[in-house]
Design a protein around this ligand. Structure first.
Ligand SMILES: Nc1ncnc2c1ncn2[C@@H]1O[C@H](COP(=O)(O)OP(=O)(O)OP(=O)(O)O)[C@@H](O)[C@H]1O
Ligand SMILES: [Mg+2]
Length: 235
């Protein structure tokens, strides 16, 4: 446990240090008059963008630690899950297509009720959908398939598959992909992901009495597919 905490602090420090070092370098160069006047604006913009990155990172750490806190509790309410998902995806549709991605939906027309914390569940979906956009090239297709799952023992679940036909997750990452700070090469190098997105999603979904798994294999043209189960109300 202590070892885990130490590793987490080391990871957080490293993630914060990288953008701060860049900001310091640019700021010092500007202060020392090393940057030609016509270039100065460009450097100020770089500083600004790095500081935004830093804020995003700090927010992610904060969200993660909030979920870990013993006093944290979800604000559950009974909702119609299919409509909730349709609304959520409608809200995100424009941004996803503006960024050059395709979105394909298959959500039942009837009704199913679940006990959810809407804010947190949106965050769980956001992290997964954002990954499809962040880690894949334009033109990648996102599929969202929702069905009623009555197979699992006596309990009934809503089954939500969020998938894409992008680059896929390297096999060596699949076993640990939901652990904090696990990132692929792209996040480690250019994209500055903290590796907390999927661990936050898992915590939220498990907090709903559900589960999430990464589907391996390439059935139906999916490269990456997350299968999520959320219990139906009244079970
Ligand atoms: N849809 C996807 N396609 C390709 N790779 C993915 C996809 N989803 C996740 N990954 C890989 O899994 C890693 C872990 O994802 P996770 O969301 O936990 O962290 P991150 O996106 O790197 O950082 P953060 O979400 O904290 O900004 C990513 O770095 C990426 O390599
Ligand atoms: Mg992510």
């Amino acid at each position: 446990m202590e070892e885990q905490r130490q590793k987490m602090l080391a990871d957080i420090s490293h993630d914060l240090k990288t953008p701060i070092t860049t900001i310091q370098g640019y700021a010092k160069a500007l202060a020392d008059g090393m940057i030609a006047e016509e270039e100065q604006k460009k450097y100020l913009n770089k500083i600004y963008n790095k500081s935004i990155e830093l804020t995003d990172l700090i927010n992610t750490f904060y969200e993660y630690s909030k979920l870990e806190h013993p006093d944290f509790s979800f604000c559950f309410e009974s909702i119609e899950i299919y409509e909730f998902l349709r609304e959520y995806l409608a809200e995100r549709y424009e941004e996803i297509s503006d960024k050059g991605f395709e979105l394909e939906l298959d959500i039942p027309e009837d009704h199913a009720f679940c006990n959810v914390d809407k804010f947190q569940l949106k965050r769980a979906f956001d992290n997964i959908v954002n990954n499809s956009i962040k880690h894949n090239p334009k033109g990648t297709r996102l599929f969202i398939n929702v069905t009623m799952d009555e197979q699992q023992s006596l309990n009934k679940f809503v089954r939500i598959v969020i998938a894409d036909n992008g680059v896929g997750i390297p096999q060596e990452l699949t076993a640990s992909i939901f652990d904090p700070f696990v990132v692929g090469d792209d996040s480690r190098t250019s994209k500055q992901g903290s590796g907390l997105g999927l661990s936050i999603s898992r915590k939220i979904i498990e907090g709903h009495g559900g589960n999430i798994a990464l589907e391996t294999g390439e059935e139906k043209g999916y490269k990456t597919a997350f299968k999520i189960f959320i219990p139906l109300l009244g079970q």
